[in-house]
Structure formats: structure tokens, C-alpha cells
Design a protein around this ligand. Structure first.
Ligand code: ADP
Length: 447
């Protein structure tokens, strides 16, 4: 087992990883920018190293500085959290070359899944159903027109290097294809320095359903069921739950078996998520994320399995500590992402938290790094915490969530709490009847 882990991240996820390290008896190193000197992860870690100025490019994304921090502290492994360098294949390769363990999959697996055209081809080869579309890159407008005609409008043009919904454009009719094709390419070139695009059938009212997987790198893999992340704004998830209100046991087991086998066949190591769109009883692969996800706690709440603990174990060469038969999800869990943002305009709202009171009680988990008196810096993501609630069934979970949303107090900044207080009272949410467009429709209605 590792003796010292450097956590290459900040905020709630740095704390989350720290907790797993402590429970495994592993020493921790926090890294921070000058803007984060007062952050909770710095205070709670055994050691800390300042790695640069506020800008993420100069600190949390600065590979030479992170290597130096490993060297100085003698850390033998790095946990990247999510975001920042977590899906950077070069970082994984460089650590390996320096004989430092990367707690995540191999650089090659990260690279493979980071290229969405390659990822889709690989998924199809492994027996995972994919969205109908082009066989790889669509290099010219003529090709785009031909493929779109074959699969039928509306179609979606997507960037191979895509992420965060960038480089994605819909063409409703043949009249739109020229514009959609050129803007998707231009956006992809600007955002990723790679303008390769591919084409997919645009699904009108799917749900976003993803499966959590865990592989040991030696051909064994397990799935931990699904999460429903259909409530999205601009392709960003804000509410996640497990199990999905839309799946039955048969569909869950069938898809779970397919993804676990695929991940095993790939020889994948560590935690990963296979994302699908789900419409009319069919699953369509969209991408695989080769890291821990923001929403992993909902899976932990229903399975009672610590995913970060398993990531660390697997990275150290140990076996996964349980078998597929031991995964016995029970009850229901919902996560709300608490962002320091205006609940209506979503404009960032950094600043000082003058009063903070988290909710508590049975089945309640708050993953956050904020505290009373903490000042949220303006340089990073606006996620300040996650409220995760578990109940024996969805009704109990929703009642508990409502109770927690009434209990939590965060003063001094604007947060997305009022939005969640409205959502728990909405009939469609109570019924679990929502697709990936529900939230945008809801937000576009006048108050
Ligand atoms: P990114 O990596 O940019 O996040 P994804 O492929 O994961 O891109 O897609 C993000 C979101 O875009 C999905 O959750 C879904 O809301 C929407 N989306 C992606 N592909 C399709 C499709 N073929 N039809 C309809 N919506 C889609």
C-alpha cells in the first residue's frame, strides 16, 4: 500500500480524497495555489505545498510544480480528483516515468477515451450499443450531408476532442447542416486545437443514464449500478440520483453486465463511468469518463461502497475488495450540486460566507470544503458543496431532501439552493418524469 498520497486538487473533492486516505492510514499532501492558502484541504492534510499563483494553469494544472511537490514530500502516489489533470494522459505518463503512481487508469486508456471518435469505435467493438451516426470522422461538408441523409434529421455534430458540451451543434434540417458543421468545427478548433468532428442522430427526449464501473487492470471488472443525471443546464448536471426512476431491474442488470464485461475486456484499471442516453427502452453510449465523477456519492450511498478507497487499493495493485454478488444497492439517493451562483441567472457569486449551518441527521451527507468565515475565491469552479441524501425509497429520500434544504443555511453569497427548493416541490420531479431538456424548459418559463 502507498505510504503518502499527494492530492492534486482543491475544494470538496480534495477533502473527499483526504478522508479515504485517513481511513486507510495513508499520509496526505495537499497542494494549493496562493489563493487557497486558507482552504480546508490545506488545513486538514498532514503536509501542504504551495504550487503557484491563483490561475489554475500556473498551479493545479502545472505538471512540473506537482512533480516537484511529490519530490519534496516523498509522495509515492497522486490522486487527481476530477477536473484539472484527472483526464490528462500526459500527466499519467509523466508520473509513471518518474515512478510515482497515478491513482487512475493508464495513460493509454485515458487517451483512448478522450478521443470521442476512438472511444465510440472501441465501445461498439466491446459490444456496447452506440448512438447511430458516422463511422468516425466526417471530414467534409459533403460527407456530413450524405451521413445526415442516411441517418435522418435532426443530427448532432460533435467534436472528437469534446468536453463540457463545447463543439456540439444541432442541424434540424438539411438547411442547417452547413452552418452547424462549420460552427462545430470552429468551436472545436478554438477550444481543443482539434477540429475533427463526427455526426450522430440527435435524440429528442432521452434521459442521461450512466453506469459506475471499477476495474482491477487484470481483466476483472464490476459495475455498481446506474445514476440518472438527466437534470442538466447547458449539458452540466445539477441533480443526480440512483437508482434511475426510469429503469427497471431487467434493463439495469442487462446493461450492467454489458458494461462490466466491456471494462474487463479492455483491461481497464480504476473507477470509470460509461455514459448513455436512454430513450424508448434503448441505451446509446455517448462517452466514458476515466476518473471519479462529481456525482459518485449517490452510488456510494446506495451501495455502501467507498469508491475512493477502492481506487487507491486498485492503483496499489490490490484486488477490488468485493465481488459483483456483494454489490447489493438498497434504497434511493439524490445529490444536489450547491454552486456559488445566482439561482436564476447562474452568474458566479464568489465572496465571504458570513454564516454556515449544514444539515444533519440520518441518511444525510454533505461533501463540502466551505466553513463559516471562508471566502470563496473567484478563480475556480463555482461548486462549493454537494448535499447527498439517502432514504429507504424515493419518497422517503425526497422528504428528507426537502427537510435538509430547509435546514441548510449559507449566508453572504448567492447559491443555487432556492432552485433546489423549487425543484423538490415540482410534480414532475416528484414523479421522476424528466428528460435531459426538462430543466432548460423549466428555467425558460417566466417566474
Ligand atoms: P461532453 O463531453 O461535451 O459533455 P457528451 O457526449 O457527454 O459531451 O454529451 C453531453 C450532453 O449532450 C449529454 O448529456 C446530452 O445532454 C447531450 N447529447 C449528447 N449527444 C446527444 C445526442 N446524440 N442526442 C441528444 N443529445 C445529446
Amino acid at each position: 500500500m502507498f505510504s503518502k498520497i499527494l492530492i492534486a486538487n482543491r475544494g470538496e473533492i480534495a477533502l473527499r480524497v483526504l478522508r479515504a486516505c485517513k481511513e486507510l492510514g495513508i499520509a496526505t499532501v495537499a497542494v494549493h495555489s496562493t489563493a487557497d492558502a486558507d482552504a480546508m484541504h490545506v488545513r486538514l492534510a498532514d503536509e501542504s505545498v504551495c504550487i503557484g499563483p491563483p490561475s489554475a494553469a500556473d498551479s493545479y494544472l502545472n505538471i512540473p510544480q506537482l512533480l516537484a511537490a511529490c519530490e519534496i514530500t516523498g509522495a509515492d502516489a497522486v490522486h487527481p480528483g476530477y477536473g484539472f489533470l484527472s483526464e490528462n494522459a500526459r500527466f499519467a505518463d509523466i508520473l509513471k516515468a518518474h515512478k510515482i503512481n497515478f491513482i487512475g487508469p493508464s495513460g493509454d486508456h485515458i487517451r483512448l477515451m478522450g478521443d470521442k471518435i476512438e472511444a465510440k469505435k472501441t465501445a461498439a467493438k466491446l459490444g456496447i450499443p452506440v448512438v447511430p451516426g458516422s463511422d468516425g470522422e466526417v471530414p467534409t461538408l459533403e460527407d456530413a450531408r450524405r451521413v445526415a441523409k442516411e441517418i435522418g434529421y435532426p443530427v448532432l455534430i460533435k467534436a472528437s476532442a469534446g468536453g463540457g458540451g463545447r463543439g456540439m451543434k444541432i442541424a434540424e434540417t438539411p438547411d442547417d447542416i452547413e452552418m452547424a458543421f462549420s460552427t462545430a468545427r470552429a468551436e472545436a478548433r478554438a477550444a481543443f486545437g482539434n477540429d475533427a468532428v463526427y455526426l450522430e442522430k440527435y435524440l429528442a427526449k432521452p434521459r442521461h443514464i450512466e453506469f459506475q464501473v471499477l476495474g482491477d487492470g487484470r481483466g476483472n471488472a464490476i459495475h455498481l449500478g446506474e445514476r440518472d443525471c438527466s437534470l442538466q443546464r447547458r449539458h452540466q448536471k445539477i441533480w443526480e440520483e440512483a437508482p434511475s426512476p426510469a429503469l427497471n431491474e431487467e434493463a439495469r442488470t442487462r446493461m450492467g453486465e454489458i458494461v462490466a464485461k466491456a471494462v474487463g475486456d479492455l483491461g481497464y484499471a480504476g473507477a470509470g463511468t460509461i455514459e448513455f442516453l436512454y430513450e424508448d427502452g434503448e441505451f446509446y453510449f455517448i462517452e466514458m469518463n476515466t476518473r471519479l465523477q462529481v456525482e459518485h456519492p449517490v452510488t456510494e450511498m446506495v451501495t455502501r461502497i467507498d469508491l475512493v478507497n477502492e481506487q487507491i487499493r486498485v492503483a496499489s495493485g490490490a484486488n477490488i475488495s468485493f465481488s459483483q454478488e456483494d454489490v447489493l444497492p438498497s434504497g434511493h439517493a439524490i445529490e444536489c450540486r450547491l454552486n456559488a451562483e445566482d439561482p436564476r441567472t447562474f452568474a458566479p457569486s464568489p465572496g465571504n460566507i458570513t454564516y454556515y449551518h449544514p444539515p444533519g441527521g440520518l441518511g444525510v451527507r454533505v461533501d463540502s470544503a466551505v466553513y463559516q468565515g471562508y471566502t470563496i475565491p473567484p478563480y475556480y469552479d463555482s461548486l462549493i458543496g454537494k448535499l447527498i441524501v439517502h432514504g429507504r425509497n424515493r419518497v422517503e429520500c425526497m422528504m428528507r431532501l426537502k427537510r435538509c434544504l430547509d435546514e441548510i443555511i449559507i449566508d453572504g453569497i448567492k447559491t443555487t439552493l432556492p432552485l433546489f427548493r423549487d425543484l423538490v416541490d415540482h410534480q414532475d420531479i416528484a414523479d421522476g418524469m424528466y428528460d435531459i431538456h426538462w430543466l432548460e424548459r423549466y428555467l425558460s418559463q417566466p417566474e
